[in-house]
Design a protein around this ligand. Structure first.
Ligand code: NOJ
Ligand code: MG
Length: 613
C-alpha cells in the first residue's frame, strides 16, 4: 500500500464531462503493507481523572467514577483510554509530581479500583493506557528525600545536583542560566545538601538523573510493574527533558519578541531539550515493551510520547527513519495545537497537515491530536463554530486519533479565577493567570444539567464547574437523531471503523477548491472518500474533485443543509459558513477490487445508519 499525497493550491478544472483533471505534483510515500495492528487505527480518549466523575462526592474525580462512566466510553466506541496520572502525589502539578510510582493516590481510589477498571474496560474491548512520568518525581518521593539526606549514599546521584552559591543575604547564584517551564531559574537551592537541584518544571518536581544507570533500571522496573499489572501501554510525559548537556553550558537567548527573561521561551533550549541520548532511552523502552509483548504473547503494548518540538525531532521519537531502531509507536503530532490558530485559512490548514504527512516516514503510523489538559479547548481556540469540523479532520485523516475528554460534546474553556486555580504555572502571578493558566481546560466534565453538571452530588468540585454546562452537556446531546456535536462525534468514530477496514484506501490528496474551501481526499483504485471543509464565514458553492457517478453524504457538521444519505449531483456542493462534510462515491469504476469495494460501501452505509438510529 502507499499514500499518494498531493499538494495543490489552485482549483481543479473539469476537463470533460464527469472526468476531472488529476492533480499535479504527486509524490509517493510507501506505507506498511501489514494488516493494521489495534493501535494503528485507534481512537485514544484522554481522561483527566480529577475532573471526569466524582463517585464519592469529595469534589475530586476518581477511578470509580470512570468505572461508572464506562458505558459512555463504550457508547462512543473509543478504542483506548489514556488516564492522566493517578499515582500517589502531593498534587502540586495535579499528579505530574509523583511520590510513589507503584501506588494509587487516595484522591483517586485504590489498586483494586484500577484492577476493576482495567478488567471491566477489557471486557468492553477498551484498552487502558497510563501516564508515565519519567523525567521528574515529586520532591516528596523517598528517592529525593534520600538524595537530600545523603549525597554519597545509594540515592545521592539520583537527581541532577550541582554546586551553587548562596550569599549572606540568601541570594542564590544558580549553576547556569537554565529556566523552568513554569518560570524562573530551573535550579533550586537545598539547604540540607547545600547544593542546587535541577527542576525543568516546578521546584517540587526535581529532574531524575538518567546518566545514572540505577535510575534507568529503577524506571524500567516501573514500566515492567504496570505491564505485568495488565495495562495496555504508556503515554510518556515530557520525554524531551530526560537528559541535559553534560557540560551544563548556558543556553543562548531565543530572541523571541516580548518574552520576559523569567519565561521559559526566553532561551533557546539547545542544552536542556531533545539531547541525543534521549532517543536511545526511548528506543530502549520500546524494546522493553516489545519484548514483554512477545514473551507474553499479548496484544501490542503501546508507547506514545509527548514532546513539543520540531518535526525532525518528533520523528526521531518514532525511531530511525529506516526502522532499525524503533521508539514510540507514535510521537504526538501537535500540529493542530501549535501550527494553526483562530483566523486560519485554507493555506494554513493545508500546510499544517502537509508538514506532517510530507515528513512521516512510510514505516510509521500517523496521529492527530486535537487537544489535551495543557491547552485551551478547541471551541475556545478556534471558536464554537469549528467544533465538529476539527473532530471530523482528526477522525478522517489516516492513523491514530486522540481526543481530550469533553471535546466529543464541544465543551469550551471553563471560568476559573486566580484564587480558584491550581496550575503551578499560573497561580504565583495572578496578573497573568488568564494567559498562562491551564485550569480553564480542566474544569469538570458536563454530564447533564443537574447539580455540578452531574460531576458529583453537590460537594464543591476542586475546580468550578463551568456555567456553560446548562447549554453544553452530554445528556442533552445524547438524544437519538438529534443534530448534536456528540452524535457527529459518534458517527465519525463509526465511520472511521469502516474506513479502517478498507485497507487499500491508500491515497491522501489535498486540494483548494476556493480561497476558503479545502477538499481532502482518501482514495484507492475504485473508491473515493472526501472531506470538504469551508473554513470561512461565507456560504460557498464549489465544484469538488470527483470521479464519475454520484456522491453520497456520509457525515455533516451540525449546521448543514445536507443530511447523511443525500445524493450530490454534478459534483457541486453548497456549503454553509464553517461547514464540513464527508462524502463518498457510489459508483465503482471497475478494476479487480470492485466486489470488495461494493461490500465496503454496504458496510459504510450501514455503519452510518446504525449510528443514527
Ligand atoms: C506535561 C504534562 O502534560 C503537564 O501537565 C505537566 O505539567 C508537565 N508535563 C510536567 O510533568
Ligand atoms: Mg472523588
Amino acid at each position: 500500500m502507499k499514500i499518494v499525497f498531493v499538494f495543490v493550491f489552485s482549483a481543479i478544472a473539469v476537463v470533460s464531462g464527469l472526468e476531472i483533471e488529476k492533480p499535479k505534483n504527486e509524490y509517493l510515500l510507501a506505507r506498511n503493507d501489514a494488516e493494521p495492528d489495534w493501535w494503528q487505527t485507534a481512537v485514544f480518549y484522554q481522561i483527566y481523572p480529577r475532573s471526569f466523575k466524582d463517585s464519592d462526592n469529595d469534589g475530586i474525580g476518581d477511578i470509580r467514577g470512570i468505572i461508572d462512566k464506562l458505558p459512555h466510553l463504550y457508547d462512543m466506541k473509543v478504542t483506548a483510554v489514556w488516564l492522566s496520572p493517578i499515582f500517589t502525589s502531593p498534587q502540586v502539578d495535579q499528579g505530574y509530581d509523583i511520590s510513589d510510582y507503584y501506588s494509587i493516590d487516595p484522591d483517586y481510589g485504590t489498586l483494586d479500583d484500577l484492577r476493576e477498571l482495567v478488567d471491566k474496560a477489557h471486557e468492553l474491548d477498551i484498552k487502558i493506557v497510563l501516564d508515565f512520568v519519567p523525567n521528574h518525581t515529586s520532591d516528596q518521593h523517598e528517592w529525593f528525600q534520600e538524595s537530600v539526606n545523603n549525597a554519597t549514599g545509594e540515592f545521592g546521584d539520583y537527581y541532577v545536583w550541582r554546586d551553587c552559591e548562596k550569599d549572606e543575604d540568601g541570594i542564590v547564584t544558580p549553576p547556569n542560566n537554565w529556566l523552568s517551564h513554569f518560570g524562573g531559574s530551573a535550579w533550586e537551592y537545598n539547604e540540607e545538601r547545600d547544593q542546587c537541584y535541577l527542576h525543568q518544571f516546578a521546584a517540587a518536581q526535581p529532574d531524575l538523573n538518567f546518566n545514572n544507570p540505577d535510575v534507568v533500571t529503577a524506571i524500567e522496573l516501573v514500566l515492567t510493574y504496570w505491564l505485568e499489572f495488565g495495562i495496555d501501554g504508556f503515554r510518556c510525559d515530557a520525554v524531551g527533558y530526560l537528559f541535559e548537556d553534560p557540560e551544563f553550558r548556558d543556553e543562548p537567548l531565543s530572541n523571541i519578541p516580548d518574552v520576559g527573561e523569567d519565561e521559559h521561551d526566553y532561551l533557546d533550549h539547545i542544552y536542556t531539550a531533545d539531547q541525543p541520548q534521549t532517543y536511545d532511552m526511548i528506543y530502549q523502552w520500546r524494546e522493553l515493551l516489545d519484548s514483554f509483548t512477545e514473551t507474553n504473547q499479548s496484544d501490542t503494548k503501546v508507547m506514545m510520547t509527548e514532546t513539543y518540538t520540531s518535526i525532525e525531532n518528533t520523528l526521531l521519537y518514532y525511531g530511525l527513519s529506516n526502522g532499525t531502531r524503533k521508539g514510540a509507536h507514535f510521537a504526538f503530532n501537535f500540529n493542530f495545537i501549535t501550527k494553526i490558530a483562530k483566523g486560519f485559512n485554507v493555506e494554513d490548514l493545508t500546510a499544517c497537515i502537509s508538514e506532517w504527512l510530507d515528513n512521516l516516514p512510510s514505516i510509521y503510523t500517523s496521529n492527530w491530536v486535537l487537544g489535551n489538559h495543557d491547552v485551551n479547548r478547541v471551541a475556545t481556540r478556534f471558536g464554537t463554530e469549528y467544533i465538529d469540523a476539527f473532530n471530523m479532520l482528526t477522525a478522517f485523516l489516516p492513523g491514530v486519533m486522540v481526543t481530550y475528554n469533553g471535546e466529543e460534546i464541544g465543551m469550551e474553556n471553563g471560568e476559573v479565577t486566580c484564587e480558584q486555580g491550581h496550575d503551578p504555572r499560573a497561580i504565583n502571578d495572578c496578573s497573568t493567570f488568564n494567559e498562562t493558566s491551564r485550569d480553564f481546560a480542566r474544569t469538570p466534565f458536563h454530564w447533564d444539567n443537574t447539580t455540578n453538571a452531574g460531576f458529583n452530588d453537590g460537594a464543591t468540585p476542586w475546580l468550578p464547574v463551568s456555567e456553560k454546562y446548562l447549554d453544553v452537556n452530554l445528556a442533552d446531546q445524547d438524544v437519538r437523531a438529534l443534530s448534536s456535536h456528540y452524535n457527529v462525534y459518534k458517527e465519525l468514530l463509526q465511520f472511521r471503523s469502516t474506513l479502517s477496514r478498507m485497507e487499500d484506501l491508500d491515497e491522501v490528496t489535498m486540494v483548494s477548491l476556493s480561497d476558503n474551501v479545502i477538499q481532502i481526499i482518501r482514495q484507492n483504485k475504485a473508491f473515493h472518500v472526501s472531506l470538504v471543509f469551508n473554513v470561512g464565514e461565507d456560504e460557498e458553492a464549489v465544484e469538488f474533485n470527483h470521479w464519475e457517478g454520484d456522491y453520497v453524504v456520509a457525515i455533516t457538521t451540525i449546521d448543514s443543509s445536507y443530511s447523511s444519505g443525500d445524493f450530490i449531483e454534478n459534483g457541486t456542493l453548497f456549503l454553509n459558513p464553517y461547514e464540513s462534510i464527508v462524502i463518498h462515491n457510489t459508483v465503482v469504476s471497475g478494476g479487480p477490487s470492485a466486489i470488495q469495494v461494493l461490500s465496503y460501501l454496504v458496510l459504510l452505509c450501514s455503519g452510518v445508519t446504525m449510528s443514527l438510529f
